[in-house]
Design a protein around this ligand. Structure first.
Ligand code: AMP
Length: 440
């Protein structure tokens, strides 16, 4: 006997999003678009792949993302005029946005650019609940020349207040905002030196990755999730003690503005985040255990990146941004909603009508009626005339609020028989009254 051909499966760490769940994704994206519009953000769409160098320079060679998680390949030249080049699937979108800002000279408008994006990102991480190799981010960036006010703490607070509004409008419960300041690049140099010194006598007790980081990029050690490293980390110097007056005043102004807006927050002096480009304000929004994320409780993260544009060869363009993990937002909303209303979780709204033709010769007329109703704005499913009436009723009850029966009689008299499932009522109506009835 021939062995059956194995079917092709989605690649590890990737997954298909299917209805009805995709309705929730669409609602999240629509809500985000609505909120962002109210704050004056416009959409940017950057390419899914970029020159590898962009991420090496922007995100940082020593980060986990660049050192082990990127999907990188050598792209062959197809013509004499082209050069082979190393390309990478974007692991995040900030570097791409800043590249576009530089490339299109967006700074020359003199106004701060407020840009948002929604799209997939790629990281070769160990897949688990809430962590995928292709995942979606919804993000915003505010950046511009210094004269545009892009460095102002008002921008930081506005972005954080907008996130609080977005999460509230989406219905996310019990979110928590943690924030910190990692200072200017000079502050960080001094802090890194202090960390290196403090880590020298104890670094042999850290895990292998952190031993290397203790040398190359000690700030990254604070990011360690390894429980065995936590006692050492707790005893390390705090960045707050290394901030210069400007960074300190900037952070205080951000907190004061959040207080004025009544946005609750917790200052967390250990929050540094996994990307190298951050300066001053860094933040994360988390949800409590049991909100559907397993160990991945960070819903979103972001911060200020005042030097990033220059790192990429552009003009000075201070900025701040964030990226929401959309996959995690979906998991959280599903889990929190189920906790509230375990049995009534129905993301898929029912269609207005299901048209059941009686007999195959009524199929064409059923489709014509469906066309008329859909053009009037109703949502409609069409059955098949070969179905027995019982089967049509069952199919209709699953997907629609009304069944419209179209038999010989109805067609001859220009009427339709409509049953409304919620009330059990069945009536024969004139075609001219049909649309109004189905809207109820
Ligand atoms: P980052 O770009 O690392 O600052 O991450 C920002 C947000 O993206 C995180 O808070 C997560 O919600 C989400 N995220 C990052 N990596 C993944 C991943 N591998 N799978 C799903 N979501 C992710």
């Amino acid at each position: 006997m021939a062995t059956p051909t194995p079917s092709v499966k989605a690649v590890r760490g990737t997954r298909d999003l299917l209805p009805p769940e995709t309705a929730l994704w669409a609602r999240i994206e629509q809500t985000a678009r609505d909120v962002f519009a109210r704050y004056g953000f416009g959409e940017i769409r950057t390419p899914i792949f970029e020159a590898t160098e962009l991420f090496a320079r922007g995100v940082g060679e020593e980060t986990d993302i660049v050192s082990k998680e990127m999907y990188t390949w050598e792209d062959r030249a197809r013509a004499q005029s082209e050069k082979a080049q190393s390309l990478t699937l974007r692991p995040e979108n900030t570097a791409g946005v800043v590249r576009a800002y530089i490339e299109h000279k967006l700074g020359e408008t003199g106004a701060p650019q407020k840009l948002f994006y929604i799209g997939p990102q790629f990281r070769r991480e160990r897949p688990q609940r809430g962590r995928y190799r292709q995942f979606w981010q919804i993000g915003c960036e505010v950046l511009g020349p210094q004269s545009s006010g892009s460095e102002s703490p008002v921008r930081d607070a506005e972005v954080l207040e907008m996130l609080a509004t977005l999460l509230d409008e989406l219905g996310v419960k019990n979110w928590k905002l943690e924030l910190n300041s990692v200072g200017s690049s000079e502050d960080r140099k001094r802090y890194n030196a202090a960390l290196r010194e403090a880590l020298a006598p104890v670094k042999h007790q850290l895990n292998e990755d952190n031993q290397r980081r203790a040398e190359t990029n000690p700030l990254r050690v604070l990011d360690s999730k390894d429980p065995a490293d936590q006692a050492i980390i707790a005893a390390l110097p705090k960045i707050a003690d290394y901030l210069d007056d400007d960074s300190r005043a900037h952070f205080a102004a951000v907190l004061a503005a959040l207080d004025a807006c009544s946005v609750p927050y917790t200052a967390n002096p250990r929050l540094v985040r996994g990307l190298d480009y951050y300066t001053r304000t860094t933040f994360e929004f988390t949800v409590p255990d049991g909100s559907g994320l397993g160990t991945q409780n960070a819903l979103l993260g972001g911060g200020r990146y005042d030097g990033l544009s220059e790192m990429l060869g552009g003009p000075k363009a201070p900025g701040i941004g964030f990226a929401i993990g959309e996959d995690r937002l979906v998991l959280t909303l599903q889990a929190q909603r189920e906790a509230l209303e375990p049995r009534t979780l129905n993301l898929e709204p029912k269609l207005d009508a299901y048209i059941a033709p009686i007999g195959a010769e009524r199929n064409a007329a059923a489709l014509a009626l469906a066309r008329e109703l859909r053009r009037a704005g109703l949502s409609v499913e069409v059955g098949d005339g070969t179905f027995r009436l019982k089967k049509s009723f069952e199919a209709a009850d699953r997907v629609a609020r009304h069944i419209v029966i179209l038999g010989e009689d109805e067609l001859a008299s220009n009427t339709a028989t409509v049953k409304t499932f919620a009330t059990g009522e069945q009536v024969k109506v004139d075609r001219t009254k049909l649309i109004d009835l189905l809207r109820t």
